[in-house]
Design a binder for this molecule. Structure first.
Ligand SMILES: Nc1ncnc2c1ncn2[C@@H]1O[C@H](COP(=O)(O)OP(=O)(O)OP(=O)(O)O)[C@@H](O)[C@H]1O
Ligand SMILES: [Mg+2]
Length: 295
């Protein structure tokens, strides 16, 4: 093991993503030829793999199912060097995320079946604390139940980084805002979380609620950030977009790695935007190309 590596722990979701992309316009109630693929994803798993690609010594904590995907999960964790010794395996199917994209690659509908996430209760989280204790930062994703987030907010001693995940799930972070070292949310998630409208209003509300560093992502427009000083934008990298899925997850990973590397907040934000730019310029939610940003 490289003792100089910074440690990151990620507590969150892994899903089996089953996705289809039609080759022509979708027709409701009919079947259209296209491509169907199966990959491992989930916000927590994406962030963990990205942290490892960025050079952090990364451990992932989740509840995993002993179904037909167990071999690929073990294989992928070895390939990306993400330690999964702290995961608990149960005789159930893994979380599944089913989505359909149109011929332009825009998602038209998705169904998520996150049964294992609901079982990641405070008792599960308590079992992660010993192994996560040596991490320089702990990432939590809003797929975790609210009582688990509340428990971790009180129990973790390391700086906590949170990802908003989705509009509906982001509000689960409300009770732990004052415990967060970094919050990365897109504008819609930040508006749901704060009940405010607009980037600056949301940032002020989140800082008032106790978040130390706020990063609001705006898709192609980049991010707007503040650590309590001035509110500043960082423009996105101008690039040909190949696949925008996972952009936000790579940004959360880069913000975390910047934090454990003791980088200035402005440099962390720049690293986040650079990582997200590389992710959208490559296929898949997680790209090995991120390794160019290793120190
Ligand atoms: N079209 C684009 N061109 C350049 N950069 C982009 C583009 N789309 C996204 N990004 C980069 O990715 C970052 C995160 O994207 P976004 O705001 O869509 O996050 P998100 O909604 O959390 O995404 P995700 O659904 O992947 O989690 C942006 O701040 C930007 O830096
Ligand atoms: Mg996101």
């Amino acid at each position: 093991m490289d003792m100089g590596k910074k440690k990151v722990a990620v507590i969150g979701a892994l899903n089996v993503d089953i996705g289809g992309r039609s080759s022509g316009p979708l027709v409701r109630g009919d079947s259209i030829p296209g491509r169907v693929g199966l990959t491992l994803g989930g916000v927590g798993w994406n962030i963990a793999r990205n942290c490892a690609l960025l050079g952090a010594d990364t451990s992932f904590f989740s509840l995993l199912g002993r179904d037909e995907h167990e071999p690929s999960i073990r294989d992928e964790s070895a390939r990306y060097c993400v330690n999964i010794d702290g995961c608990r395996w149960v005789d159930e199917t893994n979380n599944r995320y089913l989505y359909v994209c149109d011929e332009h690659g825009d998602m038209t509908a998705a169904v998520n079946d996150m049964g294992l996430c609901r079982q990641m209760d405070p008792a599960f989280a308590a079992g992660c604390l010993d192994r996560a204790a040596s991490a320089g930062a702990v990432v939590v994703d809003a797929n975790l139940p609210q009582e688990t987030l509340r428990y971790l907010g009180g129990a973790l001693r390391a700086p906590i980084v949170a990802d908003g995940v989705s509009i509906v799930k982001s509000i689960r972070l409300r009770p732990i805002l004052d415990k967060l070292a970094i919050l990365k949310a897109n504008l819609q998630e930040a508006e749901a979380l704060t009940g405010r409208t607009g980037v600056e209003e949301c940032i002020r509300a989140l800082l008032d609620a106790g978040v130390k560093r706020v990063v609001i992502s705006r898709g192609a427009e980049g991010v707007v950030c503040s650590d309590g000083g001035e509110i500043f934008p960082v423009n996105s990298v101008h690039t040909d977009v190949v696949d925008s899925t996972g952009a936000g997850d790579s940004m959360t990973a880069a913000l975390t790695v910047g934090l454990v590397r003791d980088m200035d907040f402005a440099d962390c934000a720049a690293l986040g935007v650079t990582a997200a730019g590389i992710t959208v310029a490559n296929p898949g939610a997680v790209t090995a190309a991120l390794a160019v940003l290793r120190p």
